[in-house]
Write a protein that binds this ligand. Structure first.
Ligand code: GLN
Ligand code: ZN
Length: 756
């Protein structure tokens, strides 16, 4: 019989129960027992959903109060020395300390899990790192499910992935992969204990197989699985997901374990090769249901693939699951009553994906649920042919693009000359990144307006007053280029997505980003266009209130797509092109409305990089081109800015230059300007605003500090190319710290000017 199984279910609850409980616990409004009970209830509900759907092998330990990598850190006792730990048992409160920091110890770093928008807590290694079995969560949750009558498949982050994702923090030059010898025995203990508790399967996640691996990583993999395979009475499934195996295929298929899982969506082209190479009686789990997107699976097509593999391996060696954990999918479609029902018919969230998995497993064994398969085929046809998706105007426009659409009229040097003549900015011009503090009042007014409790006229008056105050403040402080403050915006993607054709927003489609922070990505379901201006009203109003240049403020095409669920019926690059055209329309309209400078944020430009180096160039080419397409419609004397709030540019500096923005603002204050290096080495030709004020902290930087940073910048870059600005937008900060910080920043610029 073909086995249906799951790699992981969303842990946030249908209505964000996990967030509510953890935040209440942190605030002291819920006690530990209450928190534990809330977690147990989510796990129970998740297991019940999977059992009811008919999943044969249900995971456990996929739940976490914060993060599964952090849980692994606790389980193997790898607690950084700065946390006050007895060295015995690493429990939940300690995990929260590591995730959130304490008065004495700063939090562990957080970074993106592969190419997802999920963030894990980075394991830390030093010369003193030792491991020991220090956690109980995986055993407790297995026992908890057992008590409910379920023999689950506990999930662990694998040793190779754990070591790969961690970093050496003591500057010792330690080879972290050498730690495998100490780490593997702890995994063996874990597996022994699970087997003793009655586990039949364990799932070990090793998505590093989707990366370019070096010899050290390969050696860890060899060692690990040679050792783990000797644990008796427990079947090990090693999973890869998020990409193809490519040159790791041989290594992967030779692993001496009971089952191997591959991503059948992103790695569809390798299914046959993997099946053909699978040794002995190893089972193959095919992830046929996309865990990273929200579209229904084409069941007929998936069944055909599965049937072929079944012919090769036999049903007993075939398993069906989602491509990756469903952690990255919203929980359920059931509550999306406000969505267009035609669209709902094309979608599957985590719960609906369970039904697809089970239907596929049964169907390959000959039990086809005809009603479900027919409805699915109908949905596939409807979607393909739907007028909701296809917009001839957009198609024609994209087809008609020529090389000149992707460039400004003149090269940067000529544009800079014209912009200088028009803007007459001083040396070291000062500006901010766009948003000002979103105070309680601002959020309250927006919410009241959305609910209908505040009239359009009153809301308009409120926003005007906010903008007026922000402008007066910037003028008083002596800013050279002003912003309106973004008071009307909830979020830099949602605000635009709500106004673009082809985008739709769910009511409860939350996905965990990190800890108790969830995001609700929009769904790009059809051709994207801009029916009418999106920001012109407020930018024009703001410009009318000042003689200083006002900066229009937009989100760039890559970011608009990267932070959304994206169409799977055309390449991402095509969708980005459509979004770029919509933004181009907006930029042209802003110019016509009298805005002399327009900023187009690309916060997600770097995170769009593919997992494999070999795929980078293709991505970077179309990503940079999309920015040029968005910006290519304006006159030479209109100044186009972009902003990226991170600072690792070494690998991508050429493409950043290829975007050809007149000015880029980046994050550099925390690295003491070291990260300007990439721009210096590359001799970046256009203007640049290295952030001098770290907005991630409530601390007010002094004028001296910012002058010191600017001096570092002047030492390596031409002074006439430098702008003075914070690291990022100020919306998460309070006015109490923002005002003095901005005053100091303007003063720092003035001091720099006085010297030349
Ligand atoms: N303009 C946006 C703001 O200031 C940029 C946000 C971002 O880069 N994350 O809020
Ligand atoms: Zn930013």
């Amino acid at each position: 019989m073909t086995t249906s199984h799951n790699l992981g279910f969303p842990r946030i609850g249908e209505r964000r129960e996990l967030k509510k409980a953890t935040e209440a616990y942190w605030a002291g409004d819920l006690d530990r027992a209450g928190l534990e009970a809330a977690g147990a209830e989510i796990r129970r509900a998740n297991w019940e959903k999977q059992r009811a759907a008919g999943i044969d092998l249900i995971p456990s330990n996929d739940f976490s109060f914060y993060d599964q990598v952090l849980d692994m850190t606790c389980l193997v006792g790898n607690v950084p020395a700065r946390f006050d730990w007895d060295g015995e048992h690493a429990d939940l409160d300690l995990a929260f300390d590591m995730a959130r920091g304490t008065d004495e110890a700063i939090a562990c770093e957080m970074t993106k899990w592969f190419d997802t928008n999920y963030h894990y807590l980075v394991p830390e290694f030093t010369q003193n790192t030792t491991f020991k079995l220090a956690g109980a969560k995986v055993f407790e949750e297995f026992a908890e499910a057992k008590a409910e009558g379920l023999t689950t498949k506990p999930v662990l982050v694998g040793p190779a992935t754990y070591l790969t994702l961690g970093k050496v923090t003591d500057g010792s030059g330690l080879d972290k992969f050498a730690l495998a010898d100490q780490l593997i025995p702890v995994y063996i203990e874990i597996l022994d204990q699970l087997a003793a508790a009655g586990a039949e399967w364990v799932q070990i996640d090793e998505p590093v197989f989707s990366l370019d691996l070096n010899d050290a990583q390969r050696a860890v993999i060899d060692k690990t699985y040679a050792a783990l395979s000797r644990v008796g009475d427990l079947k090990i499934m090693v999973t890869n997901y998020f990409g193809e195996l490519r040159d790791n295929l041989e290594l992967f298929t030779q692993l001496p374990v009971s089952a191997l899982h591959i991503d059948g969506v992103r790695g569809a082209g390798e299914i046959e090769a993997v099946a053909a190479r699978l040794p002995g009686d190893t089972a193959l789990s095919l992830g046929m249901v996309d865990g990273r997107n929200i579209w229904k699976t084409d069941l007929a097509a998936a069944k055909t693939v599965l049937a072929q593999v079944r012919d090769t391996l036999g049903a007993d060696r075939l398993m069906v699951g989602p491509a990756c954990s469903l952690l990255h999918s919203p929980v359920t479609l059931r509550n999306e009553t406000r969505l267009d029902q035609r669209l709902v018919a094309w979608l599957a969230f985590a719960e609906e994906k369970l039904d697809e998995i089970v239907a596929l497993a049964r169907a390959v064994d000959g039990e086809v649920d005809s009603a479900l398969f027919e409805a699915n085929a109908q949905a596939m046809t409807d979607r393909r042919e739907s007028s909701l998706i296809h917009d001839d105007f957009v198609a024609k426009r994209v087809a008609g693009l020529t090389a000149t659409d992707y460039q400004r009229n003149s090269v940067y040097a000529e544009r800079a000359r014209q912009q200088r003549a028009k803007l007459k900015l001083p040396m070291f011009p000062t500006t901010t990144i766009g948003s000002f503090p979103q105070t309680r009042d601002v959020r309250k007014a927006r919410a009241a307006h959305k609910k209908g409790d505040l009239s359009d006229a009153d809301y308009d008056a409120f926003l005007k007053q906010q903008i007026d105050e922000a402008i007066a403040m910037q003028e008083d402080m002596g800013f050279d280029m002003l912003v309106h403050g973004e008071f009307e915006r909830n979020d830099m993607v949602e605000y635009f997505g709500e106004q673009l054709a082809g985008y739709v927003f769910t009511k409860l489609g939350w996905v965990q980003s990190y800890g108790s922070r969830y995001v609700k990505p929009p769904i790009i379901y059809g051709d994207v266009s801009r029916p009418k201006p999106m920001t012109v009203k407020w930018s024009k109003y703001a410009q009318s209130r000042t003689a200083k240049p006002m900066k229009g403020m937009l989100t760039g095409p890559v970011t608009m797509v990267q932070w959304a669920f994206v169409r799977d019926d055309q390449p991402r690059s095509e969708t980005v092109k459509q979004v770029a055209l919509a933004i181009r329309d907006e930029i042209v309209d802003l110019e016509a409305a009298g805005l002399a400078a327009i900023q187009c944020d690309e916060a997600a430009f770097r995170e769009g990089l593919p997992l494999r180096r070999a795929d980078w160039d293709e991505y970077l080419d179309w990503a940079a081109a999309s920015f040029r397409l968005a910006a290519g419609g304006v006159r030479d004397d209109t100044q186009v800015h972009t902003h990226m709030c991170y600072s690792e540019f070494n690998d991508i500096i050429e493409s950043i230059a290829a975007m050809d923005a007149d000015c880029i603002s980046i994050e550099t204050s925390r690295s003491q300007m070291e990260l300007l290096d990439a721009f210096v080495k590359f001799a970046y030709p256009n203007e640049i605003g290295p952030g001098v004020y770290d907005i991630h902290s409530p601390r007010v930087p002094s004028t001296d500090e910012m002058v010191a940073l600017l001096e570092k910048a002047v030492a390596v870059l031409p002074a006439e190319k430098l702008w003075v600005n914070p690291d990022c937008g100020l919306k998460t900060r309070g006015w109490a710290e923002v005002k003095p910080a901005l005053e100091n920043m303007v003063e720092a610029a003035q001091r720099m000017r006085a010297r030349i």
